[in-house]
Design a protein around this ligand. Structure first.
Ligand code: AMP
Length: 420
């Protein structure tokens, strides 16, 4: 071990587990790529101001969790704590919204950073795959995203997740509700900090995890009862489209999320095998965000699914992914001549798309066969001087243990036909 360890709240992805992360990212991306979403990559850091304005000045993410710093050039930057603000910033900067075919549909995959108190499922560096549909107000778009996330989780074999759905209203109805909620909260027995939160962002109080707070919230007014007709109709349409697609969900009138930019549709995917960090993904509509960061009005909707927690959810359900074997053929040369011949065989197999590996370093037969076993290869090719003198190599089926001699010139074709 070296003197250094991964920083607090972070961990390394190493084989063989790292293969699961790649598979999860692929599985989440697949339905998006199949539905008109184009891949976007943005920098790992942005102007602090983008997140302060976008995510919200009073959110935990901005006030407590951001890795903000000043560069040598005097710029105030922050490691990105989430993806939506950056993606929207990039789309606006590239004028994607002016190309004339809205919505602009984008997907991304990357690392995000929050200075949180680490625990299982909550890290300071984590990974998300996300999707944003920018510039259209259409309940079918909200439904599409929820359906695609559901499809992604199901394709991985996950079953014990639930979809929580709510509407946060819009500029017309939310202020009325906000005032009613504030009135209610002022009458409760709350600590200083929570009262302050009730002043700045009362909806977030609904999300308080403490039992004594939740008990007092039982009779709180619900946004559901304050939605304007347009928001009500919009939400009803989203619900109907999801239901028609056979995706089940639960109405959760208290669902608010930790980011301020959401309007109307809000949803969260929770997994019941994860304990306190049960949200595996979430998202919603953010019709006002573009204007908040200086752009034109661009009603949009998106989600981000956490890769780390999705892997934990798979483990909690005992799902084993069917990962392609990393090595199909392992070559074990005995002697210099065999090294040259088998190295050539391995190179040719690889060129033809067969996953092959080689016993490197001067090892005896026993050590080399151990490597072959560990590689998980279905076949091992062994050759010594005597084999080569006869123009053959030994092909061993690692499942049955059966071994046959195959001509040096036939071995590549023989392996390809056995593996196909
Ligand atoms: P959010 O951007 O907060 O809506 O988070 C979306 C998803 O990202 C969550 O449902 C989690 O799966 C994941 N996530 C957010 N924060 C963390 C974290 N600190 N550690 C691990 N995963 C996270």
């Amino acid at each position: 071990m070296s003197t250094f360890k991964a920083p607090k709240g972070t961990y390394d992805l190493i084989p063989p587990d790292s293969a699961k992360y790649l598979a999860v990212r692929d599985a989440i991306a697949a339905p998006l790529r199949n539905s008109g979403y184009g891949y976007i990559e943005t920098p790992g850091f942005e102007s602090v101001e983008l997140f302060a304005r976008g995510v919200g000045e009073s959110t935990d993410i901005v006030t407590k969790e951001m890795y903000a710093f000043e560069t040598k050039g005097g710029d105030r930057l922050a490691l990105r704590p989430e993806g939506t603000a950056s993606v929207l910033r990039a789309a606006l900067e590239a004028n994607l919204h002016k190309a004339g075919n809205l919505p602009v549909k984008l997907w991304y995959s990357g690392s995000y950073y929050r200075y949180e108190r680490p625990q299982k499922g909550r890290y300071r560096h984590f990974s998300q795959v996300g999707a944003e549909a920018i510039g259209a107000e259409d309940p079918a778009l909200d439904a599409e995203l929820i359906i695609l996330a559901d499809q992604a989780y199901r394709s991985l074999g996950l079953r014990d997740f639930r979809i929580l759905l709510n509407s946060l209203g819009d500029q017309e109805c939310r202020p009325v509700y906000r005032a009613a909620l504030q009135d209610f909260l002022r009458g409760l027995d709350l600590d200083e900090e929570t009262l302050r939160r009730a002043d700045i962002n009362p909806l977030r109080v609904l999300d308080d995890k403490r039992d004594d707070v939740q008990k007092q919230l039982v009779g709180a007014p619900l946004l559901r009862d304050y939605l304007c007709d347009a928001c009500k109709a919009y939400h009803e349409e989203v619900r109907e489209l999801i239901t028609a697609a056979g995706v089940s969900f639960e109405d959760d009138a208290k669902l608010v999320r930790g980011l301020d930019y959401y309007t109307r549709t809000t949803f969260e995917f929770v997994h019941d095998g994860l304990g306190s960090q049960s949200a595996v993904g979430g998202g919603g509509r953010y019709d006002g965000l573009s204007e908040m960061i200086g752009g034109p009005a661009l009603p949009s909707v998106g989600w981000a699914l956490g890769v780390d927690r999705t892997v934990l959810a798979l483990e909690a359900e005992g799902v084993t992914l069917e990962l392609p074997a990393s090595t199909s053929v392992f070559a074990v040369p005995l002697g210099d001549e065999a090294r040259r011949v088998l190295f050539g065989v391995v190179s040719e197999l690889r060129r033809n798309g067969v996953a092959a590996d080689f016993s490197y370093g001067a090892k005896g037969l026993k050590g080399a066969m151990k490597n072959a076993n560990r590689s998980g290869a279905r076949y091992t090719v062994v050759a010594g001087e005597r084999d080569l003198a006869e123009g053959v190599v030994q092909l061993k089926d690692m499942e049955s243990g059966e071994q046959v001699a195959v001509g040096v010139n036939e071995i590549v074709a023989e392996l390809e036909s056995r593996l196909s």
